[in-house]
Design a protein around this ligand. Structure first.
Ligand code: RB5
Length: 145
């Protein structure tokens, strides 16, 4: 069950994050925004770290990270043990990263996907469970080392 979602972005993801927050409000999801809080230039690793810490510390159950492409912020998040951030540009990827990778963070590119598609990706990410299949669990264990 998802009780709280951690949101983070840099300036390149700030505008899309505002759309996602509206969508989460409209659909009854609780979230905390860990920044950034305006479009001033800033560094995406800081927000990847804040959102990862919120998940690893148990404050939040899932995260959504957004930078211009989604690439930098997902690279940064995936360096942190226990974080599995899936960069998704469509709903197929969002479904697969939950079913197969048990991703705890969705990464999006604010300069890549428009708000309509991003909202569908978010919905898919939040509503798709991990498959629980042993082969997928085994592979995740191998990532964790
Ligand atoms: C910032 O201009 C941009 O580099 C950043 O948002 C992201 O796309 C990096 O991967």
């Amino acid at each position: 069950m998802i009780r709280m979602i951690a949101l983070g972005s840099d300036h390149g993801g700030f505008a899309l994050k505002q759309d996602i927050m509206k969508w989460l409000d409209a659909h009854g999801y609780e979230y905390k925004d860990y920044g950034c809080y305006d479009e001033s230039s800033c560094d995406y690793p800081e927000y990847a770290r804040k959102v990862a810490d919120a998940i690893l510390g148990g404050e939040c159950d899932r995260g959504i990270l957004i930078c211009g492409t989604g690439i930098g912020i997902s690279i940064a998040a995936n360096r942190i043990p226990g974080i599995r951030a899936g960069l998704c540009t469509d709903c197929f990827m969002a479904e697969a990263t939950r079913l197969h990778n048990d991703a705890n963070i969705l990464a999006l590119g604010g300069r890549v996907v428009g708000p309509g598609l991003a909202e569908k990706i978010v919905e898919t990410f939040l509503t798709t469970p991990f498959s629980g299949d042993e082969r997928h669990s085994r592979r995740i264990r191998k990532i964790e080392g």
